[in-house]
Design a protein around this ligand. Sequence first.
Ligand code: PMP
Length: 394
Amino acid sequence: MPSQRQLFLNHLAQTSDAPLMLEMTSAEGVYMTDVDGKKYLDLISGIGVSNVGHRHPKVVEAIKNQVDKHLHVMVYGEFVQSPQVQLAEALSKTLPEKLNSVYLVNSGSEAIEGAMKLAKRYTGRSGLVACKNAYHGSSHGALSLTGSESFKRNYRPLLPGISHIEFGNKAELTNITEETAAFVVETVQGEAGVRQADKSYWTEVRKRCDETGTLLILDEIQCGFGRTGKFWAFEHYGIQPDVLVSAKGMGGGMPIGCFISDREIMHVFTENPVLGHISTFGGHPVSAAASLATLQVIHEEDLLRGVSQKEQLFHQLLKHPKIREIRSKGLMMAIEFESFDVLKPIIDKAIELGAVTDWFLFDDRSMRIAPPLIITEEEIKKACNIILQAIDQV
Ligand code: PMP
């Protein structure tokens, strides 16, 4: 009998020649347990997903309740489905008034696709501006926005009319012009290795978009839903987007994404052509119920309050001559080492010692730390001990 591992290699399409190949059989809170009963601290939340922890009881309860009522009943946008309606209203309540209309989809990439189409239709323009080292997803449109040539090279032709500017560089904002439909940008760059821009940059971004009639699309797929210590990351910077994109942590472990705008902007999808953006499974009722429960848990359990203190604790504890820099916004952190060759064995050792981490798509010398927001001080101490031990043991 071939093992599960062998079957994984034989029958599941692979995405690299070195998958992590951990075989988890259960997960609860900040822990995952493998087939041998070994427990691992999850320091990356399934890559920015399990913000409220694995199998949060309220999320599981919401899923079970919805499963007992109905699964899929109709494509997105036709029937009045209570989980979608409740979620959309709750999301709107977390946002400024102009972000009042929610389009629910299944994933981050899909949400980005919808947002790009929305900007083109609303402005009547086709140009887009994105950032170097940005990651917005793997579908053709989202890939076109991605700011890494090596990821795109072999998939051309991609969407035309997209230029890439340096994130945080005010002078390059002049690339946003009257021909630009949207500036698509992560509020905190994730796969670039947790890169931030200061408030004055964001003020300039908002100003430039207003001057040129360009929509500002903020990708908060990784940095939203509490990850940075505010519910939405843009709240740190005193600006508002025209379109906000979310996914990942939004579902509490279930697949869902969305893009949110003003209903006047969103209205363009209803005409010329009618059904301007459609989806069969967008806002699946079970995912929508899970997402609403996730949003409620973040508020009811006051999860945002502890984030900054937890972030500081990581900074205090992770002191080692081999650590060159720690960049963070809340519990979205990058621990920088000299090179990938230095970092990779440390990651392997940390996993062996019981803490799961990895690196970033466009920053392979930095370790990703993005644990569930529910992580306790004790668990942070344990995590940091493992990381320091791993550094010393390799
Ligand atoms: N945008 C950002 C900032 C992301 O981090 C990701 C996923 N890593 C995506 C978009 C794409 O999301 P998905 O994998 O759900 O398509």
